[in-house]
Design a protein around this ligand. Structure first.
Ligand code: TI1
Ligand code: CA
Ligand code: ZN
Ligand code: CA
Length: 552
């Protein structure tokens, strides 16, 4: 039954049940009741609810409510259970009342009401849901003291931040009745307001009988602002920032749980060789802040690009694969720039750090690593891989892990339309030499990578040559998209969109931690068959591409 019909039925029934006996006395009274499906008490009542009268608006309302005690299910009298908070008369002569439900003097959290009485003294609407039958529902044996409740809440609050919040006013503790899942509890409402370490307006509800935290939530809203910044290559872009008073942070609240960019302050890269508890002293560093929302200092450039490009990679995965951040649950994307000293690398630091880091480069062979969009897409793809196939970072599975990061690095660059190419790192690699790159998909051998399985490099260096042997997979991906002849095999290209879908499906559905190159071939064939049919030309192209690089 639809809700409207139900409401009409209910109101008809009620009108019949309640008013028919008095129908002759009150012929023109009518009433429309919307009932809450969960609580069985009305949530909005309107109509001509009472006769004209000269009584005070408040008395009109209370007279109406007292006549309907079993419908609204309050406990004593309207006078004792509803406290008027506010009353005002509008231009049309309506009086508007705002009320709060109480039980024996204790307010029921969130249970406020409005009532509307027209100029002739007729009650025309009553809005809000009564917490029903509190006399029956409340456990009375309150054992927890106000101070204890405060400590329980505060302990929980403090444990959820790395640094203790600094309150901007004294926290408050108020005894209330808290309704949760149709159950009512005596509880203490403890409220904390603070701006550090982040914006917070936390409400805790501590059960006065058991001391349990019934509920907690933060009501503070994130403040979005839009700043501008100048990137590593001198281009100006707009940035989503977070304004706190007169400070702007590189915190983008518009994507998932946020994109946050931090200053690593050039603390030595050697900390990566130290125990995690030491690393955690330095990472992620300080959330990047600025006083005028214009990020145009030369020291800002690496942060500007890390922040801006991470947002674009988030958009790429959302747009192409409906994936909400790397965990598909909106996980915050964190980056630390100015990591290390003249450090020539960038990386995804997995559990328990779950963040990226970007070196500044030595200025000769490399510019700051966040200046190249494909690097950022490469790093975020490692995070996607971690949460899906979780390819072990050594030997063949490790080379595929690297290749996936490169492949989606290229595909994201094409999607974003940022001077796309089949090269990796060209924007920041050897700033004085143009046209080169760290890796090439069309010809991996240009930069010392194999392009055929027969040239697979067996080594213990670099986790089994993960950045070297990835060339074989990169070449297969290139041939699959663009087509061509390689080692005597002709491949019909299917284009970047289709290879994106095939590799994404392979990565997220079929590959496993210890997958081999051969298993990637099977995964890609299977994915192509799922997407385009088992006899499709796409499946044939996948077979050709892997044949061409010698993977069976
Ligand atoms: S994931 C990271 C390696 C892990 C380092 C952890 C300390 C990585 O693969 N980095 C990329 C950076 C990159 C990406 C550069 C795209 C250019 C384009 C990488 O390829 N690094 C090279 C320098 C390497 O580590 O050998
Ligand atoms: Ca500035
Ligand atoms: Zn990598
Ligand atoms: Ca590129």
């Amino acid at each position: 039954m639809n809700k409207k019909f139900l409401a009409v039925c209910l109101s008809l029934c009620l009108v019949l049940a309640i008013f028919i006996p008095q129908a002759s006395a009150k012929p023109d009274i009518f009433e429309k009741i919307n009932k809450s499906e969960r609580t069985s008490t009305p949530e909005f009542v309107s109509g001509k609810l009472t006769e004209k009268s000269d009584k005070k608006p408040k008395d009109v309302l209370f007279g109406y409510l007292n006549g309907k005690k079993d419908v609204f299910k309050f406990t004593e009298t309207a006078e004792s259970d509803f406290v008027v908070l506010d009353e005002f008369v509008d231009d049309l002569g309506y009086t508007h009342l705002r009320l709060q439900q109480e039980f024996k003097g204790t307010p029921v959290y969130g249970r406020t009401f409005t009532a509307h009485i027209d100029s002739s003294g007729v009650l025309t609407a009553f809005s809000g849901t009564v917490a029903p039958e509190l006399d029956k529902k409340l456990k009375q044996d309150k054992k927890v003291k106000k101070k204890e409740a405060f400590s329980i809440a505060e302990e929980d609050l403090i444990s959820s931040f790395s640094d203790s919040p600094s309150y901007i006013m004294d926290p408050t503790t108020e005894e209330v009745i808290y309704v949760k899942d149709d159950e009512s509890h005596y509880a203490f409402h403890v409220n904390f307001k603070f701006l550090y370490p982040e914006l917070g307006d936390w409400s805790y509800f501590v059960d006065a009988v058991t001391g349990d935290i019934l509920d907690k939530f933060n009501q503070s809203f994130k403040i979005n602002s839009v700043g501008t910044g100048t990137g590593v290559l001198g281009d100006v872009k707009s940035l989503n920032t977070d304004q706190q008073g007169s400070t702007y942070y590189l915190q983008d609240n518009t994507r998932g749980d946020g994109i946050l960019t931090y200053d690593g302050e050039n603390v030595s890269q050697n900390i990566l060789n130290r125990p995690i508890r030491i690393i955690q002293r330095y990472l992620p560093g300080n959330l990047w802040s600025d006083t005028d929302n214009i990020f145009n200092d030369s020291y800002d450039a690496a942060a500007v690009d890390a922040h801006y490009y991470a947002g674009l990679v988030y958009d790429y995965y959302m747009d192409q694969f409906n994936r909400d951040s790397f965990d598909n649950q909106g996980a915050a994307i964190k980056s630390t720039v100015h990591f290390g000293q003249n450090y020539n690398n960038a990386g995804w630091l997995g559990e328990p750090l779950n963040q990226m880091m970007y070196g500044d480069g030595d200025g000769v062979n490399w510019l700051p690593f966040s200046g190249s969009f494909d690097v950022i897409a490469h790093e975020i793809t490692h995070a996607v891989t971690d949460r899906t196939a979780n390819l072990i970072y050594q030997n063949e599975s490790g080379a595929m892990n690297e290749a996936m990061s490169d492949i989606f690095g290229v595909l994201a660059e094409f999607w974003a339309g940022l001077d796309p190419d089949w090269l990796m790192g060209e924007d920041i690699y050897t700033p004085t030499i143009s046209g080169d790159a760290l890796r090439s998909f069309s010809d991996p051998t240009l930069f010392d990578q194999p392009d055929h399985y027969s040239d697979y490099l067996n080594t213990t260096a670099d986790y089994g040559g993960v950045h070297t042997n990835s060339g074989i997979i990169n070449k297969a991906a290139y041939l699959l998209s663009e087509g061509g002849n390689h080692s005597g095999v002709a491949v019909n290209g299917i284009g970047i969109d289709k290879i994106g879908d095939i590799f994404y499906r392979s990565l997220t559905q079929y590959l496993t931690e210890s997958s081999t190159f051969s298993q990637l071939r099977s995964a890609a064939e299977q994915s192509a068959a799922d997407l385009y049919g088992s006899n499709s030309s796409e499946v044939t192209s996948v077979q050709q591409a892997f044949d061409a690089v010698g993977i069976n």
